[in-house]
Design a binder for this molecule. Structure first.
Ligand code: TYM
Length: 336
């Protein structure tokens, strides 16, 4: 028996922010030696909302480089680009035909994003979770480490897998592996710096609402200086009246690598004037090694290219095997 498998991914819409890092990528890195990992840059998902064709390729490369810079280790993990493995689109089509429409209409993220876009909602946006299910199921992933906002998509993925198994498999010989989400408690929902009740998000118009992994020290300082706080002195976790306070303490805890208890004790008496520079310094120091490594990787495009070539080869092998299994189970004429 080999190691259990992990699959996860991030969309290449701009570079990564602290929510992506603390909710997802950092956990991938922590877990990676215990699993066989597949990490993809989900460029096909990035075009489900209007996108810029001038920056898609560059953003895709930048996210792949950031995976490496954050510590994804090629001894344990494969990095690849979703659209370079055609099986993702093909399995998504097959799964489309086995997924009831009303399962998709229920998706919270679809409703939220569709509301923002008004009349210009694409079929792709509705279909987003089926493509995500294809991503996961192609690799027979046991676990899928994501942030809290992806929980419903993971439940849908499980439902689709179970449905395909019921329709086309036997109990002792399922077609698809039913995956489990892996959502760490701390960092699972990093909130906006401008509003502690809203998720930190790439699509927020305000740059001040998020810290990006590639932000300069000056930008980080400025964003933290301007972030929303409250007039209370003393800082503590878990107060529903103080969502910003909880969020910023959690960021400090995760970026400094301290325990929650030690942060609670350190900050109990602090005012914002003392805490904000401390948080800014901590964020700058935590991101510095990632930024340094990122610059080195980007200075050697041949290296990144070879990582992706190798990744695409491995991913294609794993994905094609599953796709063939589904085609066969659904009764397609085998390819000659
Ligand atoms: P994306 O690019 O929106 O988010 C990538 C990862 O970051 C997590 N995340 C957050 N975690 C904590 N706090 C936040 N504010 C925050 N914002 C984002 C997300 O939960 C996610 O883990 N649909 C996926 C991309 C995807 C995928 C997959 C993931 C496509 N196929 C297969 C796993 C497996 C997404 O949300 O991307």
């Amino acid at each position: 028996m080999g190691k259990p498998r992990i699959l996860s991914g991030v969309q290449p819409t701009g570079n990564l922010h602290l929510g992506n890092y603390l909710g997802a990528v950092r956990n991938w890195v922590e877990l990676q030696s215990e699993y066989e990992n597949f990490f993809c840059v989900v460029d096909l998902h990035a075009i489900t909302v209007p996108h810029n064709p001038q920056s898609l390729a560059q953003d895709t490369q930048a996210v792949a480089a950031l995976y490496l810079a954050c510590g994804v280790d090629l001894r344990y993990s494969t990095i690849f680009i979703q659209s370079h493995v055609a099986a993702h689109s093909e399995l998504a089509w097959l799964l489309n035909c086995f997924t009831p429409l009303n399962w998709l209409e229920r998706m919270i993220q679809f409703k939220e994003k569709a509301l923002k876009q008004g009349e210009n909602v694409s079929v792709g946006l509705l279909d987003y979770p089926v493509l995500m299910a294809a991503d996961i199921l192609l690799y027979s992933a046991d676990k899928v480490p994501v942030g809290e906002d992806q929980k419903q998509h993971l439940e849908l993925t499980r439902d689709i897998a179970i449905r395909v198994n019921d329709k086309f498999g036997q109990p002792e010989n399922p077609v698809l592996k039913v995956p489990d989400p892996l959502i760490q408690k701390a960092g699972a929902r990093v909130m906006s710096l401008a509003d502690g009740t809203k998720k930190m998000s790439k699509s927020d118009e305000s740059e001040l609402s998020r810290i990006n992994l590639l932000d300069s020290p000056e930008t980080i300082q400025k964003k933290i200086k301007k972030c929303k706080t409250d007039p209370v002195k003393g800082l503590w976790f878990d107060d529903p009246e103080r969502p910003e306070c909880h969020n910023l303490l959690t960021l400090y805890q995760l970026l400094s690598g301290q325990s929650r208890e030690s942060v609670a004790a350190e900050c109990r008496e602090m005012g914002w004037g003392q805490f904000k520079p401390l948080l800014a310094e901590t964020a700058i120091e935590a991101l510095r090694p990632i930024q340094d490594k990122y610059q080195k990787i980007m200075a050697d495009p041949g290296y990144l290219q070879s990582v992706l070539r190798e990744g695409n080869h491995k991913a294609n092998q794993a994905a094609t095997a599953t796709l063939e299994r589904v085609r066969e189970a659904a009764g397609f004429l085998p390819k000659t």
